[in-house]
Design a protein around this ligand. Structure first.
Ligand code: GLA
Length: 376
């Protein structure tokens, strides 16, 4: 079964847009394992839009652009598989892809079979140029059905940006993840707005179908296709922590061939990733503070009885995160406190009773793993 936990991988779009090629994909696959990405859980290497010719061939099949992919897609898939990775591709439910290439409307079954024959393990399915007369859930049910009939296990990644109340029907289409937001940009405002847009939609994410709040911009530093501004390393840490605790798939978007140590440390922080990859797949709940502070708190129940707790300063001035444990159900009379571990500092803080408070600079975060322990 696919997507027991949020899918993890890399996608070409954020940095490379339409400038993709066999060479880029091979070079990306080549550095993957040395960076420890597979070991950290990243598995799917996904080519986004603009990989095909602008026209189907005379038999109605999609054709890889021979300038970008001179040996065809099967050869690329074989190479990716030879590195122990899984291979992903992209199509669209409307009359064209967002980049103006042929999409799969009315070709769902033939395309799903083509992808299966090439060895594709993951299909991102976009929503541009959607026909007005067919509801979105039918378009996704069609491709969901086609993939399930293709003879290959293909993870179905729906991408309709949270439009048309997608969270209410997407699970029924067989999708394993669904974009619940618009496109991300490499800047703090975008990260903040995307995260806050999910407030109170927590219940729509669960094993086998996760809310996807878009690919990561960690490590882009203002370079590439969606790089509008860039972020600091602290902002990237906050971004990665939010995506992890909020159950989003973790799809890297930077150029991993040229990655620095700070980016690598963020993307491979196994204690943060463990919150995201918990097999129980519970979504975090979000909490406002009594004083309406810009520091938001997210709490994610973990299968071993512990909790991920994230404090995120979304504001532009210094802030304080203050969690009263009774707000998470831990009463003072219970005789329990929380054993706390800091997942960025990688150190135990000790046992706290009744509450925990931390100061946070603008856009900074603190992420803890908390285990209830008897104190009296
Ligand atoms: C849409 C999607 C993006 C990307 C582009 C490709 O905007 O949301 O993630 O796939 O299309 O054109």
């Amino acid at each position: 079964m696919l997507a027991q936990t949020p899918p993890m991988g890399w996608n070409s779009w954020n940095t490379f847009g339409w400038e993709i090629s066999e060479e880029l994909i091979k070079e990306t696959a080549d550095v993957w394992n040395d960076l420890g990405l597979l070991d950290a859980g990243y598995q799917y290497l996904v080519i986004d839009d603009c990989w095909s010719l602008k026209k189907r061939n005379e038999h109605g099949y999609l054709v890889a652009d021979p300038y970008k992919f001179p040996n065809g897609m099967k050869a690329v898939a074989d190479y990716v598989h030879s590195k122990g990775l899984k291979f992903g591709m992209y199509s669209c439910a409307g009359t064209m892809t967002c980049g103006g290439h042929p999409s799969s409307l009315e070709h769902e079954f033939v395309d799903a079979k083509t992808f299966a024959d090439w060895g594709v393990d993951f299909l991102k399915y976009d929503y541009c140029y959607k026909p007005h007369n067919i509801p979105g859930h039918i378009l996704y049910k069609r491709m969901g059905m086609a993939l399930r009939s293709s003879g290959r296990d293909i993870l179905f990644s729906a991408c309709n940006w949270g439009n048309d109340k997608t969270h209410e029907w997407i699970r029924a289409t067989g999708a394993h993840m669904y974009r619940s937001t618009g496109d991300i940009q490499d800047n703090w405002e975008s990260i903040k707005n995307i995260a806050l847009s999910q407030w109170n939609k927590e219940c729509y994410s669960a094993p086998y179908c996760y809310n996807d709040i878009d690919m990561l911009v960690v490590g882009m530093y203002g370079k590439g296709n969606v790089a509008l501004g860039g972020c600091s390393d602290e902002e990237y840490k906050t971004h990665f922590s939010l995506w992890s605790i909020m159950n989003s798939p973790l799809m890297i978007g930077c150029d991993i061939r040229n990655i620095n140590e700070a980016t690598r440390n963020i993307l491979t922080n196994k204690e943060i990733i463990a919150l995201n990859q918990d097999p129980e797949g519970r979504q975090a709940y979000s909490m406002e503070q009594w004083n309406n502070s810009d520091v938001k708190i997210y709490i994610k129940p973990i299968s071993d009885g512990s909790f991920g707790i994230g404090f995120f300063n979304m504001g532009d001035s210094d802030g304080e995160g203050s969690l009263q444990f009774w707000d998470m159900g831990l009463t003072a009379s219970s005789g329990y406190g929380l054993h706390l571990r800091d997942l960025w500092e990688h150190e135990n803080i000790g046992i706290a009773t009744e509450h925990f408070t931390c100061k946070l600079k603008p856009h900074h975060c603190k992420v803890l793993r908390a285990k209830p322990v008897k104190v009296k």
